[in-house]
Each structure stands twice: as C-alpha cells, then as structure tokens.
Design a protein around this ligand. Structure first.
Ligand code: BGC
Length: 435
C-alpha cells in the first residue's frame, strides 16, 4: 500500500467517532449532574427565558456580538411566526487590513463597546425609542433576563475588562456616552438561546438551538424550570481526543477548556488540519516537504473556509486545491496524490465534527424525551452547518444512526441569523408583547 494511503487510513481510524451512543449517554448524565448543581464541564446556565408563543409583535433592535462580526438589526415581529428585518449594520471585530482588532489583548471593554455603540448610532433614528435585545455569544451567568456577567472569554478573544463584569452595564454606559438614551437594553442572551427563540417563534416543537460556526454550543428548553438552559456544550470534556487535539489545546489561549469546541468548531478545524499536515511533512511525505513545513509553521494559516473550499473541489486533478495551496500557502508544486490526501483530511475532520455534535443532540433528546414520544426541531445556526459541504447531511445521518426508527420525529433546520434575531424575540418576551 502507498505511504500516503497508509497514513490517511491510520488518521481516519484515529479521528473516527466510534462510541457515539456511549458519548450521548454520558453527555445526558453530565447534563443531569450539572442541573443538580454538581461541578461538571457542562455549565447548564439559566437564561430566565421561556419559549415564545409566536404571537409577539413589535419593532426591536437586535445586537449580535459573536466574536467574528458585530451586527445590529432592526427587526419587526409580525405576530404570526413571521419576522422581517427592516435594516442592519455590521462590522468585523478585526479590521481585514489590521487597522483595529477589538478582540485582541491590547483592546479594552470601553473601546469595544464604544465601537458597538457607534454601529447602533448609525442605525437608529434619534426621535424614536428602541427596546434592545443583545446576543452575547459567550458563557454568561445571568441573574435575570437582562443582566449577565461574562464568566470567561472563549474563541480566543482577549479584550481586557469584560470578564467578570456585567455586560449589560458595560453596554448601557457605552450607549450613554454616545447619547443614545433612546436605546434601552431589555434582554441579554447567549446565541444558542437566540437560535432556539427564533426557531420556536417560527416552528412549534422547536426545543433545541445550536451553533456550529466559529464556536460550538447548544441550548434546550428544560420543562423542569421551565426555561431555556445554555449548556455551554463546547466545554464538555468527557471525551478523548487525538494527540493533535492535545497539541492544539496546549497552544490555545486557555488550555484545558472548551475541549469539545476545539474538536468541533470552525475556529479550530483548520488549525487541526495544519497540525496534521505539518506532521506529515515532518515525516517526509510531501515531495517538497521542507517548503510545506515552512509554510505551515504559522498558526491559523488554514481556516475552516479553506477546508470548505477543498471539499468543494470535485475536479479530477483537484485544481481548486492546487490554486488554494499556491495562492494562500505559496506552495507552487503539489502532486495530485498529495492534494487527494489533503482533501481526505479535510473530509475526515468535518465528519468528526458533525458526528460529535450529533452525539450531543442525541444526549439532549434522551434527557428531554427518552422515548421520543413528541416531535422535536433542532435549530442550528452557524457557518459550518450552513456552508461546509456535507456537514448538515452528516449530522442527519448520525442522528438517524443514534435515534433509530424514531429519528423521523426529529427535524434539523437551519436557523439562518436566528441567533441574532432571537435577541429581538427575547426583548419582546421580556416586554410581554402579544401575550
Ligand atoms: C461560547 C458559547 C457560544 C458558542 C457559539 C462558544 O465559544 O462559549 O457561549 O454559544 O461559542 O458561538
């Protein structure tokens, strides 16, 4: 057997999710422990919000802060499950040409939230009053629906002065500095909660909301509350990774945390691919192995969007991958068999990510409805689910394997922008419009 083939086969074995049913059961038990207040890696954070009726109405501002972009939308809820986006502004957190980076350790809470207030300022009319919902896509400990303390940054964000602070207070001060006293924060939510709120507004039966994007996490409706609970599933750690996962963790901003997220989410998938390819270059597998080693020495030089691009290349000689490697990594000379191997690695990582996410969904379903007596909708938002070739289909297949003949009772839907729109619904639920 060719050397490449043998290495790829070994890698596939290492990255294969073998015990999905066991993982689902353990995940479910960990949820129960977390709910009972035991110290577990699932934070089980209360949202102080229930699901909407779908009859909520009115115009709201929705602020979506996820870690990559900041988006402000003016959202109208029409009361029959319909939603209309009346206007929006968005901006990246890091300037593409490096003019600013509000996610870096050198930036402060004041700078970040002044930037957010500027975006809001651009969208609102000074003569109108606005109720604002805020999607803040990080682990937040809430004391009520409108007050939340950031427990810790994730997704490699390092902005100073936000951890341990009430994010609604920081936002309110920034709005005040900008003279935006007509914008009144009403609710703050995690993005998974937003995703679930939007789906529940549109589809009866939606009870799980999840993000498979830059980060990973899931929320569900806990009937013994009753309220939506943010699991912070990305921090789940009763799972064994490969040596590459361990190396990635060691090199990350916070080693030992967000173990599952580091195996699932888009922020890290390209980085695992880089570590694998670098290792294969160290073993001398690439014809130009020294050039590959040099090019792959820089952290984060491969992103999830590059993996998507590789998987989209169906040309016989993988010329799309050749172009990508040439333009992005300056690797002019790659062989076809090398490109085939690279594509297989991308595929393997994407499949593992989707299978792990699906196993956690099976665990949550076991908790809320062990015999699947009811129908369920799992709403997912995020770039992986929306854009990564094969991702949504693999989640579906894994759910069918995990749930057996009752899998038909569980639907998975893309909730595009649901995480941000959910902030408007949260503001409406808190204001009790349409009850
Ligand atoms: C955060 C979660 C968030 C997820 C998806 C994770 O890094 O900890 O709070 O829901 O990313 O954005």
């Amino acid at each position: 057997m060719g050397t490449w083939k043998r290495h790829i086969q070994e890698l596939k074995k290492e990255f294969h999710v073998t015990e999905a049913a066991h993982m689902a059961a353990l995940f479910q038990r960990t949820m129960v422990d977390g709910l009972a207040g035991k110290k577990t890696s699932l934070k089980m954070l209360p949202s102080f919000l229930s699901v909407p009726t779908g009859r909520e109405t009115g115009k709201y501002l929705a602020l979506d802060f996820g870690g990559t972009n900041i988006r402000v939308m003016q959202v109208e809820l029409l009361g029959n499950g319909e939603i209309s986006i009346l206007g929006q502004r968005s901006s990246p957190l890091r300037h593409p040409q490096g003019l600013y980076d509000y996610s870096a350790a050198g930036s402060t809470a004041t700078e970040l939230f002044d930037f957010i207030a500027d975006l809001i300022h651009d969208l609102v009319d000074p003569g109108d009053t606005y109720a604002l919902g805020h999607t803040f896509s990080f682990p937040i400990q809430q004391t009520d629906a409108n007050n939340a303390v950031l427990l810790c940054w994730t997704k490699e964000i390092r902005t100073q002065g936000v951890e341990g602070k009430n994010v609604t207070q920081i936002l309110s001060s920034a709005l005040e500095r900008k003279g935006l006293t007509n914008v009144v924060p009403q609710a703050v939510i995690n993005d998974t909660v937003g995703c679930l709120l939007t789906a529940a507004y549109q589809y009866p039966g939606a009870d799980i909301g999840s993000i498979c994007g830059t980060g990973h996490n899931t929320a569900y409706f806990e009937s013994n509350g009753p309220m939506i609970i943010n699991l912070e599933a990305g921090n789940y750690d009763l799972i064994s990774g490969t040596g590459y996962d361990e190396r990635l963790d060691c090199m990350s901003e916070r080693p030992g945390t967000q173990k599952l997220e580091k195996m699932i989410s888009g922020r890290y998938l390209g980085e695992i691919a880089r570590l694998i390819l670098h290792d294969l270059a160290d073993k001398g597998l690439f014809r130009e192995h020294a050039a590959v080693q040099r090019m792959l020495a820089t952290a984060a030089c491969i992103g999830a969007e590059d993996l998507a691009c590789m998987l989209n290349d169906t040309s016989p000689d993988l010329s799309g991958i050749a172009d990508l490697l040439r333009i992005k990594l300056h690797l002019a000379e790659t062989l076809r068999e090398e490109r085939i191997a690279i594509k297989e690695i991308a595929h393997m990582l994407v499949i593992r990510s989707a299978c792990l996410a699906a196993a956690t969904y099976c665990g949550i379903l076991q908790h809320i409805d062990p015999d699947l007596r009811r129908t369920h909708v799992i709403a997912v938002d995020g770039s992986l689910f929306e854009k990564m070739p094969g991702y949504a289909a693999t989640i579906r297949i894994a759910l069918e394997q995990g749930l057996g003949d009752k899998a038909g009772r569980v639907r998975t839907v893309l909730s595009k922008s649901g995480s941000g729109i959910g902030a408007a619904i949260a503001a409406a639920v808190v204001g009790k419009s349409g009850d």
